[in-house]
Design a protein around this ligand. Structure first.
Ligand code: G3P
Length: 217
């Protein structure tokens, strides 16, 4: 399973990338706002740092404007995946841009039928939002499983990019189901390394080691 980082914070991306944990990056208008940076500048900086796909989202709502924005964003670097919302205009934009050979990530997906339309429109990635479904008491993980089944039934090549990941359990659940990619905030990716028994075990080893009076270096 690939790990994308869901942030426009270049320092946080760089830290995780140094460990080999970054297969790609996703951004959205809220994350750009949070970064306080210019979208074109910060996206270029991220693309220079990361070899894998970097999603940059259009902000227009009409297809013609979305297509124009998508073409402009795609010019930033070869590894840009143009991100479009799962609306009728977004699907039209997806079809147009994928026909031109560009990577497209269709975002704000909340149903299996929406995912099916994105796959038929040629999307490189479909982004179902797990956490936001959980927020309204619908199991977001069930949606990932449904999309996996449907895509496998028909051999769709669109990658399932599980988004709105809020917990470490979301990550392992997605891996169990076979999501192709998860995109998670840096803090969730860092939490994957934590376990209370690891901390307790290390404390006990260190206490016993101190009693030996030995040093390795
Ligand atoms: O990639 C989409 C993701 O950023 C949404 O996450 O936590 O705002 O629902 P969240």
């Amino acid at each position: 399973m690939k790990f994308f980082v869901d942030t426009a914070d270049v320092a946080a991306i760089s830290e995780l990338n140094d460990l080999g944990f970054v297969d790609g990056v996703t951004t959205n208008p809220s994350l750009i706002m949070k970064s306080g940076r210019d979208i074109l500048e910060v996206t270029k900086e991220i693309c220079d740092l990361i070899d894998g796909p970097v999603s940059a989202e259009v902000t227009a709502t009409e297809a013609d404007d979305m297509i124009a924005e998508g073409r402009k964003l795609a010019k930033i670097a070869d590894n840009i995946a143009v991100k479009v919302p799962l609306t009728w205009a977004g699907l039209k934009t997806c079809k147009t841009l994928t026909d031109e050979g560009r990577m497209v990530n269709v975002t704000l997906c909340f149903s299996a039928n929406q995912a099916l339309l994105a796959a038929k429109a040629g999307a490189s990635f479909i982004s179902p939002f797990i956490g936001r479904l959980d927020d309204i008491n619908i199991d977001g993980i069930d949606l990932i499983a449904d999309i996996r089944t449907i895509f496998d039934n028909y051999g769709y090549g669109t990658e399932i990019l599980a988004a709105s990941i809020r917990t470490v359990n979301h990550v392992s659940d997605c891996a169990r189901i076979g999501a192709d990619v998860i995109t998670a905030p840096p803090e969730v990716l860092k939490k994957l390394a934590s376990h209370p028994l690891t901390d307790a075990g290390l404390a006990s080893f260190m206490a016993d080691w101190a009693k030996t009076g030995q040093k390795i270096l």
